[in-house]
Write a protein that binds this ligand. Structure first.
Ligand SMILES: [Zn+2]
Length: 263
């Protein structure tokens, strides 16, 4: 999540640049330090929920065979960062810039913002557990990027994990535009609202969430989150063919990894 790196660097600059003593920066720094203090103050009451969610997801990973004692994803840690949120609900650095490494950030660690924001305000139905499930996908990629360069990934998600120049939504729209049935159905919609409903349905058939359509890596992470949550009842997604295809691909990939790990 490169944009988070920038946000953090910017706000750190805001905090550390007090020596310039530009009043606006000083005010910003005071504000941020205040937010950090408040976040720490409330953290204790939230740590139970954090630990419960982390352990629940670890148990799920154990069940599907990606984690065992001292094996594979067992080494992925979760930390609550000092900084409160800047709009993000969780993040994993797959590469940490030197400046941030010096400040203690590490690669492959799942970070939650210091204030553990109310996730429902960002994503309807969002939860701590779903955030952790999502971030584990990025942590897994960080741990074994080669696994995601195999053919299964391209078949399921079309665009390579690291490709940030092409978006799943554009790729999907291009494919749809050249599909005669799709074009005919769209033409048959009589009103703009009918057209809108038709497109929303088509979108839902392909993407598990709006965020999934932004980047290939987020499509994977959102699909992985859904796979973990509904791992014993994936059939419920059959009415959303594109989503179902990705879920089955992730399920197969997990089984392959499990076999290779000997779990
Ligand atoms: Zn993500």
């Amino acid at each position: 999540m490169a944009d988070i790196t920038e946000t953090i660097e910017e706000s750190l600059a805001g905090i550390l640049d007090i020596s310039n003593f530009i009043p606006r920066l000083a005010l910003r720094a005071t504000w941020e330090i205040g937010r950090i203090a408040v976040a720490r103050w409330h953290l204790d009451s939230k740590m139970d929920a954090v630990n419960r969610s982390y352990n629940k997801v670890r148990n799920e990973l154990c069940e599907v065979g990606l984690l065992a004692e001292e094996v594979y994803l067992d080494s992925i840690e979760l930390e609550v960062a000092l900084l409160p949120n800047f709009g993000e609900v969780g993040y994993v650095f797959e590469r940490v810039p030197l400046a941030l490494r010096l400040l203690g950030w590490r690669e492959g660690v799942i970070y939650l913002p210091g204030d553990i924001p109310d996730l429902n305000t960002y994503v309807p139905g969002g939860s701590l557990i779903n955030t952790i499930r999502h971030e584990y996908a990025h942590a897994w990629h960080w741990m074994e990027p080669d696994f995601f360069e195999r053919s299964w990934y391209g078949k399921a998600f079309s665009i390579p994990y690291d490709d940030t120049g092409n978006t799943p939504i554009q790729d999907w729209a291009e494919r749809k535009k050249s599909n005669r049935d799709f074009r005919r159905s769209l033409k048959n919609c009589r009103t703009p609202s009918q057209q809108e409903r038709f497109l929303a349905r088509e979108f839902q058939n392909e993407f598990v969430s709006e965020y999934a359509a932004t980047l290939s890596r987020e499509d994977l992470a959102e699909t992985f989150m859904t796979y973990l949550k509904y791992r014993n009842s994936l059939g419920r997604f059959k009415s959303r063919p594109g989503v179902y295809k990705k879920l089955v691909a992730v399920e197969r990939a997990v089984k392959t990894a499990r076999r290779e790990l000997g779990l």
